[in-house]
Ligand binder design. Structure first.
Ligand code: ADP
Ligand code: MG
Length: 266
C-alpha cells in the first residue's frame, strides 16, 4: 500500500460534508436515534464507537438514504435529506434524486455484498458504467488502478467466492471508490473477518484516510480509531454521549459510559 489512494476531497477546505441537527429515527414506536448533532468536514475521518444496538448503523443508513429520519435535519454534501414527521413525508426526494445522491457516497458493510456472478473487475466497473454512464475503457483503467492500490491486481478476473474475506472486503472498498465518492461510510468493515485478515483491510482504510478522503467509520477496532481518526464519537442508546479528538476520547474519556465501553472492548 505504498501508493497514495486517489481521494477527491481536498483537505483543509473546511467544507461540511455531513451535518446532523437533532436527528431522530424510529423503527415503529421504538426510537433508536434520539437527537443526533454531528458535523463531518471534508477530509476528516470520524470513527463512531458504541455498544451494539446504540444506533450506529441506523445513523449511517440515514446518511445514505436507506432510512428516512423522523425529525431534525440532515445535510449530506450540502443537500438536505428527506424527512417525515408523524408519518407524513414533508420533504420528499424522488427515487432518481436519491439514486444520484447515493452515487456520491460509498458504503462498505460488514458483509461484503459483492455481485457473486461477476468477476472482481466487473464488480468495480458495473456502477460507474451503468449509473454514471462513464465510458468502459476509462472506468476499467481506473478500476485496475484501484485494484493495484488495494493490493489485488492479479485478482481482477477472479470471482468473489475464490477470494478470502479480507480480499473480498478490499474489493468492496475499491468498488465503492470506483464511483469517485465524496464521502465513504464504513459499517464494521472488519467485524466479519478472521483476525489475521483484519490488518490488510485496515491498511487500505488507513491509506485512504491519508489520501484525504472524508470517512465515517463504525468500528470496534479501537487502535485504528486512535491512530487514524481525527475525531471519535461515542454513541449510546441513540445519543452521542461523548465526542472529541481521538486521543482524548480513547485515552482519557470524560464520561463513565465511554470508559466502561472502552474497558469492555479492549
Ligand atoms: P448498532 O449498529 O449500533 O448496533 P442499530 O442501528 O443496528 O445499532 O440498531 C439500533 C436499534 O434499532 C437496535 O435496538 C435494533 O434492534 C433496532 N433496529 C435496527 N434495525 C431495525 C429494523 N429494521 N427494524 C426494527 N428495529 C431495528
Ligand atoms: Mg451496526
Amino acid at each position: 500500500m505504498e501508493e497514495e489512494m486517489t481521494g477527491p476531497a481536498p483537505e483543509g477546505t473546511g467544507q461540511v460534508i455531513v451535518r446532523a441537527e437533532g436527528v431522530r429515527h424510529s423503527y415503529g414506536r421504538t426510537e433508536v436515534l434520539k437527537g443526533i448533532d454531528l458535523e463531518v468536514h471534508a477530509g476528516e475521518v470520524v470513527c463512531m464507537i458504541g455498544p451494539s444496538g446504540s444506533g450506529k448503523s441506523t445513523l449511517l443508513r440515514c446518511v445514505n438514504h436507506l432510512e428516512v429520519i423522523s425529525s431534525g435535519r440532515l445535510w449530506v454534501d450540502g443537500h438536505l435529506v428527506g424527512y417525515r414527521q408523524k408519518g407524513n413525508r414533508l420533504h420528499e426526494l424522488s427515487d432518481k434524486e436519491i439514486c444520484r445522491r447515493r452515487a456520491g457516497v460509498g458504503m462498505v458493510f460488514q458483509q461484503f455484498n459483492l455481485f457473486p456472478h461477476m468477476t472482481v473487475l466487473e464488480n468495480l466497473i458495473e456502477a460507474p458504467c451503468r449509473v454514471l454512464r462513464e465510458p468502459k475503457k476509462e472506468v476499467t483503467e481506473r478500476a485496475l488502478g484501484l485494484l493495484r492500490q488495494v493490493g489485488l491486481s492479479e485478482k481482477h478476473g477472479a470471482y468473489p467466492a475464490q477470494l478470502s474475506g479480507g480480499q473480498q472486503q478490499r474489493v468492496a472498498i475499491a468498488r465503492a471508490l470506483c464511483m469517485r465518492p465524496k464521502l465513504m461510510l464504513f459499517d464494521e468493515p472488519t467485524s466479519a473477518l478472521d483476525p489475521e485478515l483484519v490488518g490488510d483491510v485496515l491498511d487500505v482504510m488507513r491509506a485512504l484516510a491519508r489520501s484525504g478522503m472524508t470517512m465515517v467509520v463504525v468500528t470496534h477496532e479501537i487502535g485504528f480509531a486512535r491512530d487514524v481518526a481525527d475525531r471519535v464519537v461515542f454513541l449510546d442508546d441513540g445519543k452521542i454521549v461523548e465526542s472529541g479528538p481521538s486521543g482524548q476520547v480513547i485515552s482519557s474519556p470524560r464520561h463513565e459510559r465511554t470508559r466502561a465501553f472502552l474497558a469492555a472492548v479492549r
